[in-house]
Design a protein around this ligand. Structure first.
Ligand SMILES: Cc1ncc(COP(=O)(O)O)c(C=O)c1O
Length: 436
């Protein structure tokens, strides 16, 4: 038996129906053959122009870009589908830092961080992140995903508990379930439920560790937790707090300190982890702690740091340089500009009839709901030269599809004001087409 990659498109498959949940648990002894129905469903969506994933860039990910889709079709237009919140990917100082690192230390770390994979640049980067976060000890990871996953599996054992926001990122969810079966998920941002879970654990078990996990700015809802209240609850009841600052560090807050700075919690949260891929123009991530024993432990037991090669010297140099910009007057100006763009586009949506979720930030969430509408609307937008990402299950719940536009400090106000009604009109046209 073979998988379905070269079979003709099955005309009985409706590309507007179904979602990834339908194919998540295929049955049968042949692991390869049972992938076929999923692939047939994707083929039907591809053929109808309703598979907006797996695009490749043909140009830098700036506010205007060019990409091709899987069928080789060229897409061009205003780009809200790349993550480069301060626009540092095109900054000359970043390019120079990368070239210098390539020249001085080569293209490749050639080892994991627990062996010989660190470089003087990664050590400098650890110090600079610690300085920004007011946390002395920092451990780098080759990806942000690894930082989330590895931080949890490095600290939590099967007899411990993880209390997790049900909308936390996949790396946190998967890290939690890999570490322990004792995962207690709570309703999004529900601080009372966090308390209830911790109290229930403590009633029966005084010895287990309890890790409470949240995000500084939620990536598909653009909302934020009350960090002080969460940290106080953890301290009061003997739990530990981990905050993932992937989307806010660098892009928001005084000095780029993200929600920690905005909420006056800098240096006051137990554990902070983040990713470099949104604001710092590179892959990679980190865990920060005030305790050396924590980073020692996660370096040795958090498999994504231990058994994976370290950040390359170029990535370390890029992030180090990006941090310098983030903390400078130029960084302040870029953040002001980013917020201005975020507010302008949200206002544009509001005027055109859709209220974006969450708070103003680089993440602009446009709720849609029905997956079929979202698919047709995305196709409409390609025809209107606007590139956005559309999210369906498993990134969000079934029936809660949405666009996530990611704005950059380098977007133009007029560009985003013009794009908002185009997006709204594309959604409305999709609703009308599906209603007839
Ligand atoms: C909240 C959050 N944490 C972690 C990650 C993983 O980071 P990266 O994509 O840089 O590996 C992401 C990005 O997808 C994210 O949104």
């Amino acid at each position: 038996m073979t998988a379905a990659s070269s079979t003709p498109v099955d005309s009985s498959v409706d590309p507007l129906k179904g979602n990834l949940a339908d194919f998540a648990a295929p049955r049968g002894p042949d692991l390869l053959a049972r992938t076929a129905p999923f692939s047939q469903w994707i083929d039907a969506r591809r053929e109808a122009g309703l598979w907006p994933y797996v695009r490749s860039l043909e140009a830098v990910p700036s506010p205007e870009t060019v990409a091709v889709d899987e069928s080789g079709r060229r897409l061009q237009g205003t780009n809200f589908a790349s993550q480069d919140y301060l626009g540092l990917g095109t900054h000359p100082a970043i390019h120079e830092a990368a070239v210098r690192a390539l020249h001085d230390l080569g293209p490749h770390s050639a080892g994991s961080a627990i062996l010989q994979g660190n470089t003087r640049l990664s050590r400098e980067l650890e110090t600079a992140i610690g300085d920004l976060l007011q946390m002395e000890h920092v451990l780098l990871f080759p990806t942000g995903w690894g930082a989330g996953y590895g931080s949890i599996v490095g600290l939590v054992r099967p007899y411990d508990y993880v209390v997790l926001d049900k909308l936390a990122h996949a790396c946190l969810q998967q890290g939690a379930y890999a570490a322990t079966r004792r995962v207690l998920r709570h309703e999004h941002l529900d601080m009372d439920e966090v308390r209830t879970h911790i109290e229930a654990v403590r009633r029966d078990d005084a010895d287990a560790g309890i890790l409470v996990v949240t995000e500084g700015l939620f990536s598909l809802d653009a909302d934020v937790p009350e960090l002080e209240r969460l940290q106080e609850t953890c301290h009061e009841l003997g739990a530990t707090l981990l905050v993932d600052v992937a989307h806010d560090l660098g892009a928001l807050g005084p000095d780029g300190t993200g929600q920690l700075g905005v909420q006056a919690m800098l240096g006051k949260v137990d554990l902070v982890m983040g990713s470099f891929s949104k604001t710092f123009a590179s892959n990679g991530g980190f865990l920060a702690s005030s305790s050396r024993s924590v980073t020692d432990t996660v370096r040795a037991y958090g498999s994504a740091a231990t058994f994976s090669n370290a950040l390359s010297p170029m990535q370390a140099a890029i992030v180090r340089q990006a941090l310098e910009i983030v903390r400078s007057g130029e960084g302040d100006e870029l953040r002001v500009r980013l917020m201005h763009i975020a507010e302008a586009i949200r206002e544009g949506f509001s005027t055109a009839g859709i209220e974006c979720l969450g708070i103003p930030s680089a993440i602009v969430i446009v709720p849609i709901g029905d997956e079929a509408v979202a698919r047709v609307a995305t196709r409409n937008l390609v025809e209107r030269d606007v590139l956005v990402n559309v999210f369906e299950f498993p990134a969000v719940a079934v029936g809660a599809a949405r666009f996530r536009l990611q704005v950059m400090a380098t977007h133009d106000e007029q560009q985003v004001r013009e794009a908002a009604p185009v997006v709204v009109e594309a959604i409305q046209a999709a609703r009308n087409a599906l209603a007839t």
